[in-house]
Ligand binder design. Structure first.
Ligand code: URP
Ligand code: ZN
Ligand code: ZN
Length: 587
């Protein structure tokens, strides 16, 4: 056991003991997605039993009382996108289900939804069992699963049925990228979406054009652009936006709701907004990430491999520095619905697997701990949204989309007592030296953020108090996500009441989208930057080869800055070309 809590004598009592906690939170301002009001909250056996005025409750003796004067009492965050201990190429993500959920709870997130990712040809049910066996003994907070559809066959189709009907999974992630690994073609995507629709599930998509990426990556590597900056160059905004556009149409054609995961660019965000407008708020939902809201792609230009590589994820952070605020505005406008973290952390030595070949850098960054504070800082503290919207995009909308509302995502009688007492004025400075992740890097290093979780309760158990994190390993439960989320399907099936708010929010949308379009900075395609002939030989930038055919490491360091300056895209990009061999990567 790695728990910080008092060690139980037997295995079961810690859960019972914790579940029987009685907690009274008084004098706070309750914030739900729809309204905010002054109320006391009483919790027993892990469930919220009372929300109301102090005068209306007689609190029993022996109750732990938390004074929330001047604080907000909010539903714990739900992170709909994590990858704890994910095997990725030759590396396994270092935040396992213990460290990852501990970090989550430390930051005010009380439920994660992780991804089961079967290998090609592997049974989804077998993979599901494996992931459960990893998670169940370790999770410090509740969790659910999405399952990846990494290949397609009759057996996969049958197993989707089992997962929906018997195993508590309603959402399935498809990939338009990672060619040769997870990527599905359009024909398979259509079949998958159709199958998910037939089961009243929710399709998810990693939207990037894997064919373009594979071609660009090959070309960049051949030109000697092997460092981390090659990652973003190989998969620019329009590569993401094209796939979002296509995925939305494919899903719509078979009447299937689609949740676009990790929207990382302005162009892709606009495509989600456009599709939502086109389909009157039905079908399409979008998620962006703490990383996309909190930092940007300028880090890929850093000369230090370790620093640049630590920021690599897919789709990548974007070089346009106005991207974070733009995405936050899309969230505030309900053009995007949720914020995840995509927490998938690798240490320096693991990232170094990609020395000399950016396609081999394990993809993923941290975010599960800092997501709530970052959204508060950049969203609420910056004046772009209010506290209710904050709750919607960090918790309630995910609960609704994945059909666990109001058990989760809500401060209400009968809901699970996943509660955060939030100090909106307090600040903290993010650092790898103080975070609760198992990883040796934090992409938000040095940022000071307003909004600190003073108390965090996981099903009634006080796990964070005044900076002290005391989680219980294995305390979390698997939360089944049933099919046919009303939030998604009522709208899709024409329930007029459900449709109304979306239609109102989408009023004036054409004008709005035209205005959004004006914010896109066109990028120059790789082919034009490198201006190669049909055989892939570059004329503008011949790579200097030694007579023995081996590239000189000094001379092959290659700068694209001139071309990029010409294209008015970026002021300078130095291509870092660290020593190391080349070979084909994962996708
Ligand atoms: O780079 C990322 N996002 N890593 C995790 C896998 C995925 O595509 O979500
Ligand atoms: Zn993905
Ligand atoms: Zn992911």
């Amino acid at each position: 056991m790695t728990s910080n809590s008092p060690q139980p004598v037997k295995k079961v009592p810690i859960h019972l003991q914790s579940a029987q906690n009685r907690v009274y939170i008084k004098n706070g301002q309750v914030v739900n997605a729809d309204k905010s009001f002054k109320a006391d909250v009483y919790i027993e056996d892990g469930i919220i039993k009372f929300v109301g005025a102090a005068a209306d409750i007689t609190v029993p003796g022996g109750v732990r009382t938390i004074d929330a004067t001047g604080k907000l009492v909010m539903p714990g965050g739900i992170d709909p996108h994590t990858h704890m201990q994910l095997p990725f190429g030759n590396a396994v993500a270092v935040d396992d289900f213990y460290h990852g959920t501990k970090a989550a709870v430390a930051g005010g997130t009380t439920m994660i939804i992780d991804f089961v990712l079967p290998n090609k040809q592997q049974s989804m049910l077998e993979a599901y069992d494996t992931w459960r066996s990893w998670a169940d003994p370790k999770v410090c907070c509740d969790y659910g699963f999405h399952v990846g559809i990494t290949w397609w066959s009759k057996s996969v189709s049958d197993e989707i049925g089992v997962l929906c009907k018997e195993l508590g999974v309603n959402s399935f992630k498809t990939f338009m990228a990672y060619k040769g690994l997870y990527q599905l073609n359009d024909s398979d995507l259509l079949d998958v979406f159709e199958r998910i629709r037939s089961l009243n599930g929710v399709a998810m998509v990693h939207a990037e054009n894997g064919d373009i990426i594979a071609k660009n990556a090959k070309r960049l590597l051949a030109e000697g652009i092997t460092g981390p900056e090659g990652h973003e160059l190989s998969r620019q905004e329009e590569v993401e936006a094209e796939a979002v556009h296509r995925a939305c149409i494919l899903a719509h054609q078979v009447d299937c709701p689609l949740y676009v995961v990790h929207v990382m660019s302005k162009s892709a965000g606009i495509e989600v907004a456009r599709a939502r407008q086109r389909y009157q708020g039905k079908y399409i939902m979008g998620e962006t990430l703490a990383a996309a809201l909190g930092t940007d792609g300028s880090h890929y230009r850093c000369q230090h491999f370790g620093h640049a590589a630590a920021h690599i994820l897919s789709p990548p952070l974007r070089p346009d520095p106005t991207t974070p605020e733009f995405l936050m505005k899309l969230l505030a406008n309900n053009d995007l619905q949720t914020t995840g973290s995509d927490n998938c952390t690798f240490n320096k030595n693991q990232k170094e697997l990609g020395l000399g070949d950016f396609t081999k850098i394990p993809n993923g960054v941290n975010g599960v701990e800092d997501r709530m504070s970052l959204v508060w800082e950049r969203g609420v503290h910056a004046g772009l949204m209010d506290a209710c919207q904050f709750v919607a995009i960090t918790s309630s909308n995910a609960a609704k989309i994945f059909n666990i509302f109001p058990q989760k995502g809500c401060i209400a009688v009968g809901s699970d007592a996943d509660v955060v007492v939030w100090d909106p004025q307090a600040t903290r400075t993010i650092s790898k030296d103080t975070h609760h992740h198992a990883c040796d890097f934090n992409i938000f290093e040095g940022m000071t953020v307003h909004g600190v979780p003073e108390f965090v309760l996981v099903r009634g158990r006080v796990c964070v108090e005044n900076g002290l994190v005391r989680v219980a390993e294995g305390f979390g439960r698997f939360i089944p996500t049933p099919v046919r989320p009303a939030y998604v399907y009522d709208r899709l099936e024409g329930n007029a009441e459900a449709q109304q708010p979306e239609q109102q929010q989408n009023g004036n949308a054409s004008k709005k989208l035209a205005e959004l379009d004006a914010h896109i900075q066109p990028q120059q395609p790789i082919a034009a930057m490198l201006s190669a002939d049909q055989n892939g030989n570059s004329h503008n930038h011949p790579a200097r080869a030694r007579v023995d055919g081996v590239r000189d490491q000094q001379e092959s360091s290659f700068s694209l800055s001139e071309e990029l300056d010409k294209a008015a895209v970026r002021s300078s990009i130095k291509v870092h070309n660290p020593p190391g061999g080349k070979s084909s990567g994962f996708w």
